[in-house]
Design a protein around this ligand. Sequence first.
Ligand SMILES: Nc1ncnc2c1ncn2[C@@H]1O[C@H](COP(=O)(O)OP(=O)(O)OP(=O)(O)O)[C@@H](O)[C@H]1O
Ligand SMILES: [Mg+2]
Length: 393
Amino acid sequence: MATRKTPRSPRKSAKPVVAAGAYRRAHLALQEERNFSAAVLETAGAMVVVTDLEGRIVRFNRACQLVTGFTFDEMKGKSSWDLLLSSQERDERKAAYRRIIADGVTVDHENHWVDRGGTPHLISWSSAPMTDADGVLRNVVRIGTDISEHRRIEQELQRSESALRASQTQLRLLAAGLTSAQEKERKRLAVELHDDVLQRMAALMLELHSLQESKPATGRELVDRLAAVEDRLKALARDIRRTAHQLHPAVLGHLGLAPALKALCEDVMRQSGIEARLTVREPALHVSGDLALGLYRVAQEALDNVVTHSGAKEVRVSLGLRNGSLLLSISDGGRGFDPEEARQRGLGLIAIEERVRQMGGTFTLKSAPGEGTRINVAVPWPPKTDAPAEPTA
Ligand SMILES: Nc1ncnc2c1ncn2[C@@H]1O[C@H](COP(=O)(O)OP(=O)(O)OP(=O)(O)O)[C@@H](O)[C@H]1O
Ligand SMILES: [Mg+2]
């Protein structure tokens, strides 16, 4: 800018020189400030977009370009809602934009920007009106962050939290149910011991006492009565063994899973009349320890369900190996059921699921009304621990 000289007053003539220097310095400072702001704008992690009052883009920083795939030159003078907003959000955003201008207030909101490839990004924005030096509203500046990934993780967390809560509730139900089932079982055993075993022992003692007292007439009569006592003692021993076996299948520890399943199938046949057939696909397979006990309990519960609910005449149990898994399946051709509805009814199926989960395996239940039921359990084989632990329950 040109400087004016006034010869009459040297003091006065110095002033424009000072003013020109100050002006240049102010101009440079302003320029520096602008460069600094532009650099900050470009390198900021946040998205910054500045629009005029009609919504046309006048600034579109690097972060915006990275998210959308559009360059500033492509966006300059165009409106973001026509190019970047989905048609569903367009009208609502235009109305909100008009409100920012009319009310002159800062507004926080979220909307989706669809990038060049068609992928939507959820952006969290803060939009503020911007005035010039005279206080006239000229632009709207929006600062945003792409929160798509954050929201996705948040939703996934919520989903896994509710899945965790559901399984905790299931476990609580199971724990409560198992305690009451254990109580019932103890009561049944107490009744069996008291009313059955003790009564029968008392009767045998009476018989022996009466033998002592009554002095049988002949040796033959004595032999017959003693033989009868022996038969009753044998039956009693057999029943005590059966009860003990129900509490813990000793054969599991000695011979492994396959013979224990065979004995279980025989028990089912004897007690219910349902034909229970076991197929062991690898006769040399020896499953023992906790794994054997877990699978035995699964079969026990599944067979109990067949007896109680299926109405089937026959049930098939099979044990075999496939693709690094040990497979146990129990299938019947009975009345079947809707697995979703059955979930609330009892604890047997939940207990099977939980046991299989603890064994690191998978459980599948296939059933539908009128179409029978099939339970498949697959556990990793060979088991991880090479020294199988003793059965524990
Ligand atoms: N093999 C099956 N055939 C037909 N219905 C079955 C069979 N297995 C299970 N169900 C149905 O699924 C329901 C749930 O079975 P689950 O074993 O979980 O409980 P429950 O047998 O009723 O009681 P419990 O807790 O004593 O085992 C049963 O009530 C029954 O309606
Ligand atoms: Mg059951």
